[in-house]
Design a protein around this ligand. Structure first.
Ligand SMILES: *Cc1c(COP(=O)(O)O)cnc(C)c1O
Length: 229
């Protein structure tokens, strides 16, 4: 077994353990492999081991890998998880399957206009700032419902859920408490009648706390591909 296949198996085992501890079905949590800074060959190795969803932070880097792995295009789901500038939306709308980092209506409207008619709607999550840090990306929790209502109306996007990246916190309980704030916003939007089904929470260091708070998609880089130097 290759190193990456082995790491993927370890992460899957962590997800199962976390779900068991939380009384949840392990099939309710998807694994997104975050491949930023790693070469296309590492993704090919992960794909050969059964991984199908990959997350990239930087648009240019992601586009280069989509091109290098064009032979696997129909069998890979590409997720854009990094901050998006409005002048970079077109290639994302044209090439990616998902965007997790919608933090304002203008970005959503551009993606909606630029999503090619021949493709399925772009699957999107709103990024919510659950720490209240003014210089962090993400819509403020109090403004998330209004943004969700507007994004849900855009026909070439399909609003699936929320993503959050809380500041690193010390210990399971502190981490879980921050993730629960995102889960509360998620429930608020669902209670408004918008059918969300994805809560994108948790990275290598805190996936257990994220699963305990209700995450349905963990975004894991380091624990699969190694450190980014
Ligand atoms: C880098 C990154 C991850 C993965 O982080 P690890 O700690 O390496 O697992 C997840 N989500 C986002 C948005 C990231 O930028």
């Amino acid at each position: 077994m290759t190193m990456i296949a082995n790491k993927l198996q370890q992460v899957q085992a962590r997800i199962v353990t976390a779900c068991t501890a939380a009384g949840r079905d392990p099939a309710s949590v998807r694994l997104l492999a975050v491949s930023k800074t790693f070469p296309a060959e590492a993704l090919r190795e992960a794909h050969a081991a059964g991984q199908r969803a990959f997350g990239e932070n930087y648009v240019q880097e992601g586009l280069a890998k989509i091109e290098m792995l064009a032979d696997l295009r129909g069998d890979i789901e590409w997720h854009c998880i990094g901050p998006l500038q409005s002048n970079k939306t077109r290639p994302v709308a044209e090439q990616f399957d998902w965007v997790h980092s919608i933090d304002r209506l203008k970005i959503a409207e551009r993606l909606n206009e630029q999503r090619p008619a021949g493709l399925a709607p772009l699957q999107v999550c709103l990024q919510v700032n659950v720490d209240g840090g003014a210089n962090k990306s993400g819509v403020a929790a109090e403004e998330a419902l209004g943004l969700a209502r507007a994004v849900a109306k855009l026909p070439r996007l399909r609003l699936r859920g929320l993503m959050a990246i809380p500041e690193p916190a010390e210990g399971f309980e502190a981490q879980r408490e921050l993730f629960l704030r995102a889960a509360a916003v998620y429930e608020q939007i669902r209670a408004d009648g918008i059918a969300l089904d994805v809560l994108s929470l948790g990275m290598s260091a805190d996936l257990e706390a994220a699963v305990a708070a209700g995450s349905t998609m963990v975004r894991i880089g380091t624990a699969i591909f190694g450190g980014r130097g």
